[in-house]
Design a protein around this ligand. Structure first.
Ligand SMILES: [Zn+2]
Length: 460
């Protein structure tokens, strides 16, 4: 240790001088020796005391400031990417690809995934959303993925989303090359987690500026390899007593393994407690593109918040559910168990409904039966029977719904008739699914804008 060598040198020099002085002043052997020993002991103790005090000072400062109170407070953030590659160019390396392969990171305004759910520009890039499974990457109601996966080519530069401190930069068997950025936003500590990186250019303790390039996209660690494999698993962890809170901490199902947790939608309570939806978080912070023209230095803070980014936003408030605990169901809502029979009742997620939808359902029960859940052949059909009854009286609803029930198919492998319904006759509405092509289709049921159910149907 460098400082120890310095101390030892100082100590030796000090003793030498002291010895000389004692020799000169005292000529009586024993007494001199005694005095020398005593002084040595004292000086040694003093040096160690000094060292100890120094160590305490460091400890104390880390106690006082290690919780992030020394971090600059961010009031705006930037996206982790400025540009990403198009799907066609995903196999090329970033530095070798023509500019025509590069597009600005598509922004999901208002974190409104519904709006963009069939737009390939978005679905090719945002491949797995937080709360989704790998197989249904954009259905946030079925899985327990802790981050948003953003797919782009190998080597795509990534930027610090805030002024902050690198909490860690290193290898993790699951996350591959992993960088965690600790930062303060509106007075609260967060950790932005960049993983599966090809490389990174920071180390733990580095202070970074918002928009500073810190890493390049890779495919390291435990990745699923979809769409060329290169992607960042971009996670937003909330402060939990000064430490990054990995999403599944405290989950009883942890032994099942992360893949199964994600696929089966286990540990969602812990997921929603410990992580935030990165897209919603950035959007709520009026994130802008990082200023990449001047790598390393922070883009000058706009004097006015960068609102211009979203002038075309619809008038609906876009405030995503942040940062307080999301209103996610801790336990799936059981639509008041009707009699068990052979019909396949679809479980609807009423928690996704807006206030108007909930108000309607407070008084009524909706059940939807699906005639078969098996894979079907081209000549078969599936019918969905929607039954709406009054909760107390059991009276069948007859009339027009305040919000339509929408039936949405992800492709043209099937046709639906009707595609939406507001008219319910004698408590019932029936939708028929007719296969058109062999393959699979993702089917969703919306009530108004809120998705309340989704499944994949296979046509043999
Ligand atoms: Zn991921």
């Amino acid at each position: 240790m460098k400082h120890r060598a310095t101390y030892d040198q100082m100590y030796a020099k000090f003793n030498q001088k002291l010895w000389e002085r004692i020799i000169k002043k005292n000529h009586r052997g024993r007494r001199v020796e005694k005095l020398y020993n005593a002084t040595t002991k004292f000086s040694r103790t003093r040096i160690y005391m000094g060292e100890l005090a120094l160590a305490f000072t460091f400890m104390f400062t880390s106690v006082l400031f290690g919780n992030g109170s020394n971090l600059p407070n961010n009031t705006t953030l930037v996206y982790p990417f400025y540009q990403v590659s198009t799907l066609e160019c995903r196999t090329l390396e970033w530095d070798a690809m023509p500019d025509s392969c590069k597009i600005n990171l598509p922004i999901i305004h208002g974190a409104n995934y519904e709006t963009y759910q069939y737009d390939k520009t978005y679905t090719d890039i945002y491949t797995v959303l937080r709360g989704a499974s790998y197989s249904l990457g954009r259905d946030q109601s079925v899985g327990a993925h802790s981050a948003t996966d953003i797919a782009t080519a190998k080597g795509t530069p990534m930027y610090a989303i805030a002024d902050g401190e690198i909490y860690s930069a290193g290898w993790n068997s699951a996350y591959g090359n992993l960088v965690r950025l600790k930062f303060k936003y509106n007075g609260k500590i967060y950790y932005a987690v960049y993983s599966h990186l090809d490389s990174y250019s920071v180390k733990a303790g580095d202070l970074v500026k918002k928009g500073q390039e810190i890493a390049k996209v890779g495919n390291t660690g435990n990745t699923s390899g979809a769409l060329g494999g290169y992607h960042v698993h971009f996670e937003m962890d909330q402060d939990a007593s000064g430490r990054p809170a990995y999403s599944y901490n405290g989950c009883a199902d942890l032994a099942v393994g992360h893949y199964q947790i994600i696929q089966q939608g286990l540990c969602r309570v812990e997921l929603f407690k410990n992580t935030l939806d990165p897209i919603a978080f950035l959007e709520s912070a009026w994130a802008t593109y990082p200023d990449t023209s001047d790598h390393g230095s922070a883009p000058t803070e706009p004097t006015t918040p960068s609102e211009p980014e979203t002038p075309t936003e619809p008038t609906t408030p876009t405030t995503p559910e942040l940062p307080t605990t999301p209103t996610e169901p801790t336990t799936p809502v059981q639509p008041t168990q009707p009699e068990e029979d052979t019909k396949n009742l679809i479980e609807l997620d009423y928690n996704k409904l807006d206030l108007t939808g909930k108000e309607f359902l407070n008084k009524r029960d909706i059940t939807i039966e699906q005639s078969t859940k098996e894979a079907i052949s081209l000549d078969q059909t599936i019918t969905f029977t929607i039954t709406i009854k009054h909760k107390q009286t059991g009276e069948a609803f007859h009339g027009t719904l305040n919000q339509p029930l929408l039936f949405i198919a992800s492709n043209t492998n099937v046709t639906l008739d009707p595609v939406s319904t507001v008219l319910v006759s004698q408590g019932k509405a029936i939708v028929t699914l007719t296969p058109q092509k062999v393959g699979s289709v993702y089917l969703a049921i919306n009530k108004g804008m809120a998705k309340i159910w989704g499944t994949t149907i296979v046509i043999k």
